[in-house]
Write a protein that binds this ligand. Structure first.
Ligand SMILES: C[S@@+](CC[C@H](N)C(=O)[O-])C[C@H]1O[C@@H](n2cnc3c(N)ncnc32)[C@H](O)[C@@H]1O
Length: 274
């Protein structure tokens, strides 16, 4: 069941991001399938910038990477995946069975699964924290398992956006319907297939997550709120529905105070352990 969350949509925060956009042609051969499949737009652009950041910030040799709730696909650049030992922990048996890139796939719960301290150069938790009842426990485990100077990449839906509010306060069957009818994913909702039930712990809110991170010895080195990839997908697949949703978003943006953009449905944060 989702936790109660404020419906105040006016808590958008400025991005911390490298000034230069990623050079796409140079990066193209390093793109994983998950990123190639993502509709062009802000979310994809932000992930490309994160690829550049990871390549610059991670050690040059062999890497140890933990994908928490990694499922069966990775958003990491291929030139990082290629030199890494990947450990995936996922609670879903089918996701673990379908994972073909992790050297160590583990069926487990990221809220309770612990690794030896200083085990990993990078922890990635992408589109997962919104599914957890105890985000604090998961983050604490990530911090412990991370080497000093290591990075944590978190991607999640913004609870204070249009898509975030709809996702939080609508039943799971509606998410399955949306994935099947609007996104055109026929297998949606079947065992091992998204969408997975959501919880929306209060730490999913980016400003709270950032405050928690700072209080636990993590420095924010990248943060960006992006238009949910559902918008460009919808414009391509269901233009009439997209026009209605775009009109609703534009109206909300006009009436809400400040420079709110309710389309910014997702965010990406990269943290570094001090
Ligand atoms: C939306 S999928 C994202 C998968 C992958 N990170 C990606 O971006 O493609 C969410 C994943 O989180 C996993 N998950 C949910 N709760 C979990 C938990 N408590 N421990 C481990 N994995 C969990 C689900 O099984 C699912 O594979």
């Amino acid at each position: 069941m989702p936790q109660t969350a404020a419906l105040d949509l006016d808590d958008t925060v400025p991005s911390i991001a490298p000034a230069e956009p990623a050079a796409k042609p140079q990066l193209a051969p390093t793109l994983p399938r998950a990123l190639l499949d993502l509709a062009p737009g802000e979310a994809r652009d932000s992930l490309l910038r994160i690829h550049t950041l990871l390549v610059a910030e991670l050690p040059k040799g062999n890497l140890a990477i933990y994908e928490a709730g990694g499922g069966s696909t990775s958003f990491l650049p291929l030139n990082v995946l290629d030199r890494a030992r990947i450990t995936v922990v996922d609670i879903d048996e089918d996701q673990i069975r379908n994972n073909d890139y992790a050297q160590e796939p583990i069926l487990g719960d990221i809220q309770t699964h612990r690794f030896a301290p200083d085990s990993f150069d990078l922890v990635i938790c992408y589109n997962v924290i919104e599914h957890l009842p105890d985000v604090e426990a998961a983050l604490t485990n990530f911090c412990e398992a991370l080497k000093r100077g290591g990075l944590i990449l978190i991607g999640a839906p913004n609870p204070r956006s249009l898509s975030g509010v709809v996702t939080q306060y609508s039943p799971h069957w509606f998410h399955v319907w949306f994935y099947r009818y609007v996104r055109g994913i026929k297998e949606a909702g079947k065992p091992g297939q998204a969408p997975f039930p959501t919880f929306f712990h209060s730490l999913v809110t980016p400003s709270r997550l950032e405050a928690f991170a700072r209080a636990h010895g993590l420095e924010v080195i990248y943060r960006r709120e992006v238009e949910s990839p559902r918008f460009p997908e919808m414009r391509a697949r269901k233009p009439l529905l997209a026009a209605l949703v775009d009109a609703l978003a534009a109206t909300l943006n006009m009436v809400l105070p400040g420079k709110t953009d309710v389309r910014r449905g997702d965010y990406h944060i990269v943290l570094r352990k001090r």
